[in-house]
Design a protein around this ligand. Structure first.
Ligand SMILES: [Zn+2]
Length: 239
């Protein structure tokens, strides 16, 4: 049985300077023009959308952001508590792994912005290399293997989540003793339903989030303090 298992959302990365893109009040949802850049249908159909999408990633700061005290607290918990840990995250920034959490213990529900994937042959390569090509003037870089359309290895709007990743996340939610939600509004599926599954299977639910969530009423503990101070203290208590 998993002893303890955080689900992290955008809120854990805002202290690293990465805005909430995907949430109900996120950057993309507030700007239909920007949302099209990360929506699968328009992206695949329109080279101009792809050029703008690559340019947005080049101008963005997600790749240069570093982990913050909350990411490091989770990594320290894994390293020193002796308790099994899995991190299920809605974030695509790779900061849990950068902080030192074992990569295979991080389930990225929405994929990773650190990689790109070919939509034809499914070959993966690095985002940094793709952005180097964009910077050098290749404004819609094609797959080097097959010439297919490349995209960020994230789950775009209009795409299904990876069923394998989702299945693993549900298994973890069913088996965990403590399910800690960090910086997620629990308004985007499947993150919200994972909290419900954990509770149905007897987990203690702890929510650390600045704003109310739909699951506060079934949580054993709700913490409204800033994540950077609340999470390290909470993880110390859970040891
Ligand atoms: Zn390809």
């Amino acid at each position: 049985m998993e002893r303890q298992q955080p689900l992290s959302g955008a809120g854990i990365s805002t202290d690293s300077g990465i805005p909430d893109y995907r949430g109900p009040n996120g950057v993309w949802r507030q700007d239909p023009g920007a949302e099209r850049l990360v929506t699968y249908g328009p992206y695949m159909a329109d080279p101009e959308i792809r050029r703008r999408s690559w340019r947005m990633r080049l101008d963005g700061q997600a790749l240069s952001a570093g982990p913050n005290v909350a990411h490091r607290a989770i990594a320290a918990y894994e390293r020193t508590s002796g308790n099994p840990l899995r991190v299920i995250t809605q974030n695509v920034d790779g900061l849990h792994q950068d902080a030192g959490v074992t990569a295979r213990k991080v389930l990225e529900l929405h994929g990773s912005a650190r990689s790109v994937v070919c939509t034809s042959c499914h070959a993966r390569s690095s985002m940094a290399e793709a952005l180097d090509r964009v910077r050098a003037g290749d404004d819609d870089p094609a797959c080097r293997t097959c010439g297919g359309i490349l995209k960020s290895a994230t789950v775009m709007f209009g795409q299904r989540l990876d069923p394998v990743v989702l299945g693993r996340a549900m298994s973890i939610a069913k088996a965990t003793e403590v399910f800690v939600v960090v910086g997620s509004s629990l308004q985007v599926q499947p993150a919200a339903s994972l909290a419900g599954i954990a509770v149905e299977h007897g987990a203690r639910l702890v929510i650390v989030n600045a704003e109310p969530t739909p699951y506060d009423s079934v949580a054993d503990e709700v913490v409204r303090e800033p994540i950077g101070t609340a999470l390290p203290a909470l993880l110390d208590r859970l040891r």
